[in-house]
Write a protein of this length. Structure first.
Lengths: 592, 252
């Protein structure tokens, strides 16, 4: 990796400042506008995904109890308000699909990736502005198709977000739309990945070497590479599944299938497990695609509000690479119970255990960053700290399922559901919240209300743990995931009170998000106005106006130091040291 | 400091809970949802010990990290006139906290490997054989008839009723007719997917007689939640009687 920054800035005026409403706000080429578009997109889908989860949890708390108005809203899935099992299956399938592909990925990569990367590396825009606009406008029809799928005959996809074949090959039409939607969205993600990689390699400002990059940029760089390499595998598998469904191929259909007493005449020659291998070869890197950017955001925010350099910058960068590298050889741990050769299971167990190490390195370095700091408890900081403390739980619970014998018992139980929510909500979503509160002033020129931000944080943090921690206990009792009515099993009956507690906590969690939505919109008008650098941060996005002007910087900055030089002794009372501030006059004359 | 604080009640309860998790004999003092269900298979105890071992290790790391986190947050909160300590890290610490977790993880992997091989790789001698074919949404269970062999004319077939004798290993050959199902016996610590187009063999052995349920653990369609079967473990004499009776009913 070259340590000499390549300064190939876009010529000024490569896309002149638009004046019409359409070009400025809708079909904009400006990475900042596109970042905000992704932000609105992902937050809306977050609300949809959350509402679906609420229905799932309603059924788990009070199986079969009707919800009157749902009888009118979804007469086919919930006649007279009573949920049917196939509708329940659609709900959790779509909850996961929407949260993973339409909420978490776009907010971390689309919104923050777009908004933050060019600013932090000192570029005027992304490398391919037009492609960037195209990416966003490809993601929109994907969302339309996935929502539309609720209204087709047979309802939305109902074979889980993992869509294991052959089930996914024989399900109603909603599954086809699910495949088409994700294929379209895949194009959007691939283009974004190419754009982010090119931008970071080519458009770094003079002096911005790789080891002076903010860790958010490092994380998004590696994430984009993972995306570029993993997503085509999923797309390939989905095209094969689409062919199985529509064109009579049998990639995933073995010989002799009998569905409801009827032989499936075209079946033969396929392999059911092939889907799982392809899906998880994408699916495990996907988990890191969703967590690495949040790790980057956390690594960005902890130094700012500890007023201290990040502990072990290089170790942090290398551990991101370590996670990304090992992430390719662990997919089999999703398949320990699939009938895959048990000896293969052992090798996947070892690689999975090893991938815990770079995550541990990151956690210890975050602790090291806090050690000896001068810590300010702002809202972004609180959310970043929640990321650290909750990701630890999600990381450690992963060790249980990495151990093949233990996985025999907890595989496909709520223990797994608890684990993934500690990674994706406790990790990714708290990271996203942290980033939102942190960069909001840069995006909109005003701060979000700190007071309401703290109320939102406190309620979310408590309610979140009340919803998700008990999932580990449900799993320990053997309650399987994706189950419409567990009360008919003798060994699970006693778990209903706990499920009710979790659902009521979810209502609190949902209500807390109303505060976030209000704070988000009201602060655009009424928030405290801020200057360029309200947090006294060092990275380049804070060295230009809030919000930044078209093409970001009046003049492309030159970079003299790393991103986290806080509280340097030679700076005296000034505890920050912007990356682009020329060395002091004294130092210049001493060297000159 | 001369003031002595009595140990907080919560801390004592916490320790009691941890101790009980560590020593299964005390575990019955815990609420049921803090315990794994009763184990009734010969190898289940090994799975449970590994579970509790990992719980202890990860629990200790969890407590260490969270206590340090909270301590740092209080100790190093912003105070006027106290600047942050300027440091970029420590290579020695990086090496330590890379190697220690790596050793713990590799040891856990090695410990797991032995039990895994015993449970999933090596089939026991002198076992009884049954063949289970899963379909949406039922378990077809085929027993060898008097000739002791499967796939012969005298086989006995039941729907959702798995009977086997206590004290003798049972080898289950799993198939599926349609989609993927997963044969899950929570109390036996047994789980194995039944995949169409594939034959998978697993074994188990009960430690006592009793009645339990078969659960489908892999989403298999709208009736997935009610794909329930029943396990009856009985004495060899009772089992032989049951099999003979079931065979008679089937032929009449």
């Amino acid at each position: 990796m070259s340590t000499i920054a390549v300064a190939r800035e876009l010529p000024p005026g490569v896309h002149p400042e638009p004046t019409s409403f359409w070009r400025k706000y809708i079909f904009s080429l400006d990475h900042k506008v596109i970042g905000k578009q992704y932000l609105f997109y992902s937050l809306s889908m977050l609300v949809v995904g959350g509402l679906l989860a609420t229905l799932v949890r309603w059924q788990l708390a009070w199986p079969g109890r009707p919800i009157g108005f749902m009888g009118k809203l979804a007469p086919e899935g919930m006649p007279n308000g009573v949920m049917l099992p196939e509708f329940y299956n659609s709900l959790f399938t779509m909850h996961a699909t929407i949260m993973i592909f339409f909420a978490i990925m776009p907010i971390l990569i689309g919104a923050f990736g777009n908004f933050v990367v060019p600013l932090q590396i000192g570029a005027r825009d992304m490398a391919f502005p037009w492609l960037n606009m195209f990416s966003f406008w490809t993601a929109v029809p994907a969302a339309v198709i996935i929502i539309w799928s609720f209204f087709v005959t047979g309802g939305a996809a109902q074979s889980g977000w993992t869509s294991y074949a052959p089930l996914s090959a024989i399900m109603p039409k909603g599954q086809t739309l699910w495949l088409i939607s994700l294929l379209v969205l895949g194009i959007s993600s691939l283009l974004t990945a190419v754009n982010i990689i090119t931008t970071i390699i080519n458009l770094r400002a003079p002096g911005m070497t790789f080891f002076r990059l903010p860790l958010t940029v490092w994380a998004l760089f590696i994430t984009a590479i993972l995306l570029l390499l993993a997503l085509p595998v999923l797309s390939g598998a989905m095209i094969m599944l689409l062919f199985d469904r529509l064109l009579g191929t049998t990639f995933f259909l073995p010989k002799g299938l009998i569905i409801s007493g009827q032989p499936l005449t075209n079946a033969g020659g396929g392999q059911a497990l092939l889907w799982q291998h392809l899906f998880w070869f994408f699916g495990h890197p996907e988990v890191y695609i969703m967590i690495l950017p949040a790790m980057g955001i956390t690594s960005e925010i902890l130094p700012v509000f500890s007023r201290k350099p990040i502990f072990g910058y290089r170790a942090m960068a290398y551990s991101i690479m370590g996670i990304a590298g090992l992430g390719w050889i662990v997919w089999g741990h999703h398949m320990f119970m699939s009938g895959m050769n048990p000896i293969l299971g052992t090798t996947f167990m070892i690689s999975t255990m090893v991938i815990a190490v770079p995550s541990a390195i990151k956690v210890f370095n975050w602790l090291g960053t806090l050690w000896g700091g001068s810590i300010r408890f702002t809202t972004p900081m609180l959310n970043a700290l929640a990321f650290v403390s909750m990701f630890v739980i999600g990381g450690l619970s992963g060790i249980f399922m990495a151990s093949t014998p233990v996985d025999i018992f907890i595989h496909d139980t709520y223990f797994i559901v608890g684990h993934i929510h500690y990674v994706l909500f406790g990790g990714s979503l708290f990271g996203a919240f942290a980033g939102l509160y942190f960069w909001y002033p840069k995006m909109f020129g005003r701060k979000m209300s700190e007071r309401w931000g703290k109320i939102h944080f406190t309620l979310t943090f408590i309610a979140y743990n009340c919803v998700f921690f008990p999932m580990h206990f449900l799993g320990m009792r053997g309650m399987q995931r994706r189950i419409y009515d567990y009360t008919q099993y003798a060994h699970l009956k006693g778990l209903q009170p706990m499920n009710q507690f979790m659902t009521i906590s979810l209502f609190v969690l949902g209500a807390a998000q109303v505060i976030l939505v209000l704070n988000f919109f009201l602060s655009m008008r009424r928030g405290e106005r801020v200057g360029p650098n309200p947090w006294k941060a060092n990275t380049l996005e804070w060295q230009t106006a809030s919000p930044p002007p078209h093409e970001n910087f009046a003049e492309i900055p030159t970079i003299y130091r790393g991103p986290y030089e806080y509280s340097a002794p030679e700076r005296g009372a000034d505890d920050h040291w912007p990356q682009n501030e020329p060395p002091s006059q004294r130092a210049v004359t001493a060297h000159g | 400091m001369t003031r002595v604080t009595p140990p907080a009640r919560g801390v004592r309860i916490g320790f009691a809970a941890l101790a009980a998790v560590a020593f299964p004999s005390l575990a019955s003092a815990l609420p049921f949802w803090l315990r794994l269900p009763e184990n009734v298979s010969t190898f289940g105890g090994k799975i449970d010990s590994l579970f509790y071992l990992i719980l202890w290790i990860t629990g200790a790391i969890f407590v260490l990290v969270e206590v340090l986190l909270i301590y740092f947050l209080i100790r190093y909160r912003h105070r006027e006139g106290r600047p942050a300590h300027y440091t970029h890290g420590s290579n020695r610490l990086e090496v330590i906290w890379t190697i220690v977790p790596a050793i713990i993880c590799v040891v856990l992997a090695l410990l797991s490997r032995r039990s895994w091989a015993e449970i999933k790789q090596n089939m026991p001698q002198g076992a009884m054989n049954v063949e289970i074919t899963a379909e949406q949404f039922a378990w077809n269970i085929r027993y060898p008839g008097p000739d002791g062999k499967l796939e012969t004319a005298d086989d006995v077939v039941t729907l959702n009723q798995l009977h086997f004798p206590v004290g003798r290993p049972l080898i289950v050959t799993l198939h599926s007719k349609d989609v993927i199902h997963s044969f899950f016996l929570p109390e036996f610590r047994v789980k194995q997917d039944a995949v169409p187009g594939m034959t998978t063999r697993i074994w188990l052995e009960a430690t006592r007689v009793g009645h339990w349920e078969i659960v489908c653990a892999e989403l298999c369609g709208l009736g997935h939640y009610r794909m329930k079967g029943f396990v009856t473990v009985e004495t060899p004499e009772e089992f032989d009687r049951w099999l003979a009776e079931t065979a008679r009913e089937a032929s009449s």
